[in-house]
Design a protein around this ligand. Structure first.
Ligand SMILES: Nc1nc2c(ncn2[C@@H]2O[C@H](COP(=O)(O)OP(=O)(O)OP(=O)(O)O)[C@@H](O)[C@H]2O)c(=O)[nH]1
Ligand SMILES: [Mg+2]
Length: 78
């Protein structure tokens, strides 16, 4: 992807409250299943609303609207 400046877009970072404590009570398999189930749902919604998934960082999921395709209703999409 070519680099480009976007001055009008919407960013969303999600966060699971007390993720560290939840992990301490679960097996590694449970943690992976939890994140996989949640992020698959987010992926589906991102596709449905034509937003753009940037990345997941531990318990955070980063979404942007209005990138890479400019649009007026990026906040609404996110
Ligand atoms: N793999 C990976 N995990 C990360 C990363 N950053 C955070 N985490 C995970 O996220 C946890 C910390 O998330 P936070 O949201 O800061 O803390 P929390 O325990 O969820 O507490 P609150 O969100 O403040 O309620 C860590 O225990 C890691 O498991 C990262 O860069 N890579
Ligand atoms: Mg958290």
């Amino acid at each position: 992807m070519l680099s480009e400046e976007f001055i009008d877009c919407t960013l969303l970072f999600t966060d699971i409250v007390t993720f560290t404590n939840i992990c301490a009570l679960c097996t590694p398999y449970d943690v992976v299943t939890l994140l996989n189930d949640l992020y698959l749902r987010f992926d589906r919604l991102v596709g449905l609303h034509d937003a753009y998934k940037v990345e997941t960082i531990g318990d955070a999921y980063m979404i942007v609207g209005g990138v890479p395709n400019h649009c007026e209703n990026h906040a609404e999409r996110v």
